[in-house]
Design a protein around this ligand. Structure first.
Ligand code: FES
Length: 106
């Protein structure tokens, strides 16, 4: 299965495997990764699955929806690489993707 590397705000890394088609938010929750809350269950309405995607994978992601862009405008520390992990579905091309988690979600 493809892998995801989550890095918490203190630099600790968590390596998880997740099936193609599953969201990175759900992958984090399924594996007990702290730093992703997923309060809305993946409906793009809470932004508690905010993460910073490593630049090497940005071009491989599907484009942001208008709703995701809107939700990211409300996170405390947005960056150019900010995405909502519930809106990223694992694909074979994303194997090894690295996502750093913001401090506000601990
Ligand atoms: S889980 Fe709520 S926006 Fe991603």
């Amino acid at each position: 299965m493809p892998k995801v590397v989550f890095i918490d705000h203190q630099g600790a890394d968590f390596h998880v495997e997740t099936p193609v088609g599953k969201s990175l938010m759900q992958a984090a929750l399924d594996n007990g990764v702290a730093g992703i809350l997923g309060d809305c269950g993946g409906s793009c309405s809470c932004a508690t699955c905010h993460g910073y995607v490593d630049e090497r994978w940005l071009s491989k992601l599907s484009p942001q929806s208008e709703t995701e862009v809107f939700m990211l405008e409300g996170v405390p520390q947005p960056r150019e690489t900010s995405r909502l992990c519930c809106q990223i579905r694992m694909t074979p091309e994303l194997d090894g993707i690295v996502v750093t988690l913001p401090e506000e979600q601990v």
